[in-house]
Design a protein around this ligand. Structure first.
Ligand SMILES: Nc1ncnc2c1ncn2[C@@H]1O[C@H](COP(=O)(O)OP(=O)(O)OP(=O)(O)O)[C@@H](O)[C@H]1O
Ligand SMILES: [Mg+2]
Length: 505
């Protein structure tokens, strides 16, 4: 399919999210869209997929103008899309989610077996392993993304739109996805690929369009350097490495002792895990996603209760405390899944910025919230973190994905902490914001906070950590210095301990 977009514009009120966009996607090619958070990428895709009606402009498929009034029109025209935010129904199985919206009914009953077979055939054809009977809510985010991809490929798809498909994937899953995309384009499919990870874009794109504030600002080439691409995106040069003086660790700020958390089927998600974070240091937790990172973060916050073991903050046992009490005691928390644990979508940007402190002075006085103080704090956070919003009163759900993440980050950095758990802190944010967040994490450390950094990006762990702990099967299988070769960390991530006689040669 050859897709052409002419003068496409989307206005929300008097704000132009996309302004006179021209774009051509050739058949069998990967066309990447780069742009900072809020540039208008997802809005453009939503017009191509029939979710949003363009304010003006034209979409042409193989030279013929088309008009979509819903996603089913786009699907019928051969367009599939994987959204930036999952649209899965948690309590439904994988197969039920994949056939959602195109159910087959045989003699008045849902054809469940047909749906299972459809999943198995797509997942086999493209090498995307999936259990059709698993409930989506039980799956790690990486696997949920795979369900979305299988769903998008289940129609007669000629153009696949992937809106930040790799944001939630582990490095091996990313490599796998890039290979799958190669197979798709070899078979003649066109792909629109959105990512903030310049390495991936360079590796896979045939052509690149750069958006900024709703406008096409450049057509770039995959042979451009990362620095050139970053500069085109944000309109200034970006420092891609982190300046970091040596740490000066103090007393233990967070201590996790023999922590065990059992999963639903009685298997140990955390299996007697021990880990200590000192004040003034960043401890990076490396590991393949699904090895207990989520459970560890939630246990430290207090949203899951461990089956045994203890958690101490500054020497005080907090294991039995509720999350609010821990937050008041100095815990900061950036959750891996901002939609579920980080934001209240129906609340405004300002309300979300003060969720963790509106009950306290100076924002509250004898139980009455001081709206002026809240407003001042929100204005400052919006300016400091460059949150692209029409103002503190806008609903947070109207913000672009990366700007929602900035709201969470700004809130958690808005007051001093003794402990900060940062899970995937830069997921979905643009290169300019990554630079800023990394600097802030180092500044937190230098102000004496003990930082536990959980990240699926080994690059991020290596760039920021003073010490690296590797998690595997719910246990810390090794602690290494940040100058340890990647291969050694990779071995540990796969569960091979250095002293393991099975792997020693
Ligand atoms: N339904 C809506 N109502 C009002 N404003 C919206 C709506 N959807 C998007 N916007 C605004 O349009 C702009 C572009 O948003 P969009 O989601 O397209 O950005 P993006 O380039 O995908 O960013 P990100 O990289 O963060 O995902 C943002 O400023 C956003 O706040
Ligand atoms: Mg987006």
């Amino acid at each position: 399919m050859r897709l052409e977009v002419r003068g496409l514009t989307k206005a929300f009120g008097d704000f132009l999210a996309d302004d006179d966009i021209d774009l051509i996607v050739e058949p069998g090619q990967v066309h990447a869209i780069l742009g900072e958070n809020g540039a208008g990428k997802s809005t453009l895709m939503n017009m191509l997929y029939g979710i949003l009606a363009p304010t003006s402009g034209q979409i042409l498929i193989d030279g013929n103008p088309v008009r979509f009034s819903s996603p089913s029109d786009a699907i019928a025209a051969g367009i599939g899309m994987v959204h930036q935010h999952f649209k899965l129904v948690g309590p439904f199985s994988v197969a039920d989610n994949v056939q959602l919206g195109r159910e087959h009914v045989t003699r008045g009953r849902l054809d469940r077996e047909g749906a299972r077979q459809a999943v198995l055939s797509v997942s086999q054809r493209y090498g995307l392993a999936l259990d059709p009977d698993a409930l989506c809510e039980d799956l790690p985010v990486g696997v949920q993304q795979r369900v979305e991809i299988v769903k998008a490929l289940s129609g007669e798809t000629d153009l696949l739109i992937l809106d930040e498909p790799t944001a939630v994937l582990t490095p091996p899953e990313v490599a796998e996805l890039l290979e799958i995309i190669g197979n798709l384009t070899d078979a003649g499919m066109s792909v629109i690929f959105i990512s903030h990870k310049l390495k991936e874009v360079k590796a896979i794109a045939d052509s690149i369009t750069v958006l900024r504030r709703g406008k096409v600002v450049a057509e770039a080439s995959p042979s451009d350097t990362e620095a050139e691409l970053a500069a085109a995106m944000v309109g200034r040069s970006v420092v891609l490495t982190v300046e970091r003086p040596p740490a000066d660790p103090g007393a233990v700020a967070l201590e996790i002792k023999d922590l065990t958390v059992l999963g639903e089927r009685g298997t140990a998600m955390l299996d007697g895990l021990n880990l200590a974070v000192r004040s003034g240091e960043i401890v990076g937790l490396a590991g393949v996603e699904g090895n207990g990172q989520t459970e560890l973060a939630r246990a430290v916050l207090g949203t899951i209760t461990p089956d045994s073991g203890s958690i101490e903050m500054g020497g005080t046992p907090v294991t039995g405390w509720n999350p609010y009490r821990r937050i008041v005691a100095g815990l900061g928390y950036i959750p891996e899944d901002r939609g579920r644990d980080g934001l209240a979508g129906d609340f405004t940007v300002a309300e979300n910025l003060v969720l963790n402190q509106y009950r306290d002075a100076p924002l509250s006085n004898r139980g009455v919230v001081d709206a002026t103080a809240v407003r001042a704090l929100a204005d400052k956070a919006i300016a400091d973190f460059d949150i692209r919003t029409r103002g503190p009163g806008e609903l947070v759900s109207a913000l672009s994905g990366g700007n929602q993440q900035k709201v969470v980050i700004a809130r958690e950095f808005s007051r001093p902490r003794s402990v900060l758990v940062a899970a995937q802190p830069t997921r979905g944010v643009d290169v300019g914001a990554i630079e800023f967040i990394h600097r802030r994490l180092v500044a937190e450390r230098d102000s004496g906070t003990g930082v536990l950094l959980i990240s699926a990006e080994l690059d991020e762990i290596l760039a920021l950590s003073d010490r690296i702990a590797v998690i595997h099967n719910g246990q810390i299988v090794g602690e290494v210095a940040p100058d340890t070769p990647r291969e050694v960390i990779g071995q540990l991530m796969a569960g091979h301990r250095p002293a393991d006689p099975a792997t020693a040669s």
